[in-house]
Design a protein around this ligand. Structure first.
Ligand code: NAP
Length: 283
């Protein structure tokens, strides 16, 4: 049976360190680092994510500003708010909860955030920096996965790594980070042919597809390390990952569960990026 990669435990340990860093920052600067989260409309999933981020900030001592707008807000009004937050010295990190309503251009909004406050690392400047390995922030989910691999002493160098999914927020940056650690990386997507054979060669598989139990046991080499990014709802309403957990954990050497694997790490990395941003803005 595979060893469980426990994101809750790793997350709690990293958050203890973040809380100490926040407290040091407060002592030095007389105020806590601040994170502004903008949410537009009343998407229930976004509301849950934003609530969790707010709670996590409070737990480590980061000041959290929640800014809510109705779905009818215009792009100009939203950009105006971002300009205001860019100028506000008490706000070190700015995050716009996606998706945005259709009449708002997401790229225009992301591009307006000061790259030094872009704690999601979605701004083209930060994306470019990741490409050349000269970054201050990493996108939270891939950064959280690297932290999990490090905690469990999973070396990447020389390994065959397969990333399934090529989104800008997970798949692509994940592939770059594994490459930076000298993994040999293959990225699969919906047009990939022979995905079964490709996966069977992998030492490490990161699955970020958004399909219930996409990765089955017959796609996994014995002893492989499996990272499940997926968040899906089962027929019973429970959370299910992109990996058929029961079958795959009988073949793999290590595996992340859903929930309790990658999920808690994502918010932890957001907190870490906020502290990094606050320190950078003091330089
Ligand atoms: P996304 O933007 O929808 O991307 C999904 C990717 O999967 C696409 O690149 C798509 O290929 C690929 N794909 C779809 N069907 C496929 C198939 N049959 N075979 C191979 N590849 C296929 O999703 P995302 O934002 O990266 O998120 C992926 C999952 O992770 C979702 O369940 C999401 O909820 C979850 N997530 C979790 C966290 C966390 O903190 N745990 C954070 C972010 C996302 P094409 O590019 O060809 O369409």
């Amino acid at each position: 049976m595979a060893e469980i990669i426990n994101g809750k435990i790793v997350s709690a340990k990293i958050r203890e360190q973040i809380a100490r860093d926040v407290s040091d920052f407060k002592t030095a600067e007389g105020r806590a680092p601040g994170l502004a989260v903008i949410v537009v409309g009343d998407d229930p999933a976004s509301a849950v994510y934003v609530r969790n981020k707010h709670k996590a900030c409070l737990e480590v001592g980061i000041t959290s500003y929640q800014i809510e707008f109705p779905a009818s807000i215009s792009e100009e009004e939203l950009l105006f708010k971002i300009d205001e937050l860019n100028r506000d010295e008490s706000v070190n990190g700015i995050l716009v909860q996606l998706p945005l309503p259709k009449h708002i251009n997401e790229s225009a909004v992301i591009n307006r955030i000061d790259p030094k406050k872009d704690v999601d690392a979605f701004h083209p400047e930060n994306v470019g920096r990741i490409m050349i390995g000269d970054y201050s922030f990493l996108p939270c989910t891939p950064a959280g996965i690297m932290a999990l691999l490090d905690y469990y002493n999973v070396t990447v160098e020389g390994k065959r790594c397969v990333v399934i999914g090529r989104s800008n927020i997970v798949g692509k940056p994940m592939a770059l980070l594994l490459l930076e650690r000298n993994g040999t990386v293959t990225v699969c997507h919906s047009k990939t042919r022979g995905i079964l054979e490709i996966c069977r060669e992998a030492d490490i598989i990161v699955v970020a597809v958004g399909r219930k139990e996409f990765l089955k046991a017959d796609m996994v080499k014995p002893g492989a390390v499996i990272i499940d990014v997926g968040i899906n709802r089962g027929a019973d309403g429970k959370l299910v990952g992109d990996v058929a957990f029961e079958g795959v954990s009988a073949v793999a050497s290590m595996i992340t569960p859903v929930p309790g694997g990658v999920g808690p790490m994502t918010i932890t990395m957001l907190l870490q990026n906020t502290v990094t941003a606050a320190r950078m803005q003091k330089l």
